[in-house]
Design a protein around this ligand. Sequence first.
Ligand code: ZN
Ligand code: ZN
Length: 187
Amino acid sequence: MQVHLNEIGPDGKLVVRALEQAWLEELLQGGEPYPYHAVRGAEAPVHLRKMGLEVLVEADFRVPLESACSACLKEYQLEVPVAFRVSLQPASARPRALPAQLELTGADVDADFYEEEFIQVDDILREQILLALPMVPRCGDDCRGLCPVCGIDLNTESCGCSTGEVDPRWSLLVSMKASSSKGDERP
Ligand SMILES: [Zn+2]
Ligand SMILES: [Zn+2]
């Protein structure tokens, strides 16, 4: 999908890109080491606004995906939130636009360019969806993973294996708890 500058009126323009399951699958294929799959299609409402020659592209939607948890290996479904603001300058202004692009660093806006008065909405969506994927898929914050000794799923079963070390996240919690209770004991 592409939008010509002339289609963007003074109040901006809203386009709704229907992301077919096949389109998402093509985008996601080859995602190693953690593959994601599209469960079904999704809709991406994209808002475009013109500010002089600059075009601001914004969207906020969710993509239903499936992956395998990195800790317990279970297949699970997740809704990946995709929210972005991209500021586009005309490609012809590329050298002059550089200082403006630098100014944007720090703000929550990505800077890019558009060619020939066309905004390539699909290209932006592809990039932003890939950026939104969790680096490491996890079925839940409290997933206990697999026992490193016998391999059973610790979410559903327990075993008598001794792994000999405390999960570093737990030891951090334990030390935090210890120091906060110390603080409570005022003389
Ligand atoms: Zn898990
Ligand atoms: Zn075990």
